[in-house]
Design a protein around this ligand. Structure first.
Ligand SMILES: [Ca+2]
Length: 127
């Protein structure tokens, strides 16, 4: 079972769709119409709107299951109030950085000399 085929350590909307299908097959009480717009992706909004957080609904027997779901920082997006991912930034200077999470607070830095820089796709941001 590979729930992170793009291997970036996060759940994309396509991967979240697969993750929720897997969980619904393993734990029928988690079944739900997550993919509201039928695009074979599940956004965080689709996952969370109108229901309790996934982390509160996963049954206790999942802890002892042989089938483990890979951990990712955004496995339970409801835990992320505001998070900034290097994947959301383009290489180069960053006058702004979009956030993810329950509270969206996009970061901006208008002073050119103080703008962080992303030098490479997977080497973080330098402040
Ligand atoms: Ca969808």
């Amino acid at each position: 079972m590979n729930l992170d085929p793009n291997n970036d350590g996060l759940y994309s909307d396509q991967e979240r769709y697969q993750l929720l299908n897997f969980l619904a097959n393993e734990y029928p009480e988690l079944e739900g119409n997550y993919d509201v717009d039928n695009d074979s992706k599940v956004t965080i909004l689709e996952q969370t709107q109108g229901r309790l957080p996934l982390s509160m609904r996963i049954p206790e027997r999942a802890i002892s299951s042989e089938k483990k779901v890979p951990w990712a920082l955004n496995l339970f997006p409801e835990w992320l109030m505001t998070a900034y991912f290097q994947e959301d930034a383009q290489v180069g200077k960053l006058p702004k950085h979009s956030s993810r999470g329950t509270i969206i607070a996009n970061a901006t830095q208008t002073t050119d000399a103080l703008q962080p820089v992303k030098a490479d796709a997977k080497k973080g941001l330098n402040f």
